[in-house]
Design a protein around this ligand. Structure first.
Ligand code: EPU
Length: 336
């Protein structure tokens, strides 16, 4: 275990806005679990990669992070392998290492910033896949009692950008390991407009999993700002899910509005389109901005503080609600 005092977290976060933590506990190994309850941490913020947080308040009291990065093979069947991965492993590196080993299923999720431990929390997803499709169990630790908890796939209650870990009662539970079942056979998933367009342009007719990973790396690099250079946390809002009755009214006004049917009652709308159409693309508010190629992504355009980005996000929410009657829910975790 390592404890850092008055530690500057700025570089560690997605938005790169100034933030300091008074006491930062880094759990490096499972042996450290037993010491945790005696530390009597009050309400520490559990940080995975730190990439999906917006720190509006530039000072937080306590934070805790699990830093282990090992990958262990726990089951080797004919058609799949199950690997147990420590929460601190970098997400993109993990996918690329699995692809090299001939283990497939995560290739659509390349380049999503953050660590393995954060992936189940918001059930990360992109280009037609969600991480929950590969997760068979999540191992956690109650940081107050030291109790270890094992959740099966069903118990995680995965939904679109949501899981049990988002519930308030789970705020004191830290994910330490995630078990993934990855296929030994390839089943590349290319049914997403941007991916189809890329493969067509590059004359790739029967893509394999590595082709998909490569295509998505190129698409993301072109469309989304790299958090290493421009502070951001990917999509700031979730794509709203609305009933067909509301959708039908909007569609009469906005004939070109894209949509994704979910079931017979509900439809998902791209928040990026709604925000773009409302005129926010490339807008600036103090140091904060709306990305010029994807209006769903808010950026640290010029030495922003957390409050700049937060204020911009609320201005966008108000505008979208006034224009379409739709409430946008943040996907990013806002710490105030
Ligand atoms: N669109 C616009 N203007 C914009 C942005 C989007 O018109 O400024 C339109 C696009 O043309 C397209 C539609 O909106 O018709 C959807 O856009 P896109 O394909 O870029 O996907 P998205 O729904 O905006 C979601 C995820 C992303 C993920 C992409 C690709 C959410 C909240 N976001 O974005 O996830 O990379 O699909 O699968 O579900 C993230 O969560 O951080 C993230 C980047």
């Amino acid at each position: 275990m390592n404890i850092l005092y008055n530690h500057d977290l700025t570089k560690f976060t997605g938005f790169k806005t100034p933030v300091t933590v008074k006491k930062f506990v880094l759990i490096e190994h499972e042996d450290d679990f037993d010491i945790l309850p005696s530390m009597q941490l009050e309400k520490p913020l559990i940080i995975g990669g730190g990439t999906n947080y917006l720190f509006v308040n530039p000072e937080i009291n306590e934070a805790i992070s699990y830093t282990g990065t090992s990958i262990t093979l726990i089951e080797d069947a004919d058609k799949y392998s199950t690997v147990r991965v420590e929460a601190g492993k970098n997400w993109h590196e993990f996918i690329m290492e699995m692809l090299e080993k001939g283990l497939y299923g995560l290739e659509n999720l390349v380049l999503i910033p953050g660590n393995v431990g954060a992936a189940p929390v918001q059930n990360i997803g992109a280009y037609g896949r969600e991480v929950s499709e590969t997760i068979i169990a999540v191992h956690c630790l109650n940081i107050h009692s030291g109790e270890r908890i094992l959740l099966t796939h069903e118990e995680c209650m995965f939904q679109y950008r949501h899981s049990i870990f988002k519930h308030h009662e789970w705020k004191h539970v830290m994910i330490t390991h995630v078990d993934f079942r990855l296929n030994k056979f390839e089943s590349p998933m290319a049914k997403y407009p941007d991916v189809e367009e890329y493969l067509r342009d590059h004359e790739i007719e029967s893509p394999n999993s590595k082709d998909i990973a490569h295509a998505i790396i190129q698409i993301r690099n072109k469309k989304l700002p790299n958090p290493a250079f421009i502070g951001n946390a990917g999509s700031f809002f979730k794509n709203p899910i609305i009933p067909y009755s509301v959708y039908n009214n909007l569609k009469q006004i906005y004939l070109d509005m894209p949509s994704y049917p979910l079931n017979e009652h509900e439809v998902k709308l791209p928040a990026g389109w709604l925000i773009d159409k409302a005129g926010w693309k490339d807008y600036r508010h103090n140091g904060a901005g709306v990305h010029d190629r994807q209006a769903l992504v808010l950026i640290n355009a010029n030495d922003a503080i957390g409050l700049d980005i937060y204020e911009l996000s609320t201005m966008i929410q108000t505008s979208v609600q006034e224009l379409y009657g739709i409430i946008l829910e943040p996907e990013v975790n806002i710490i105030r």
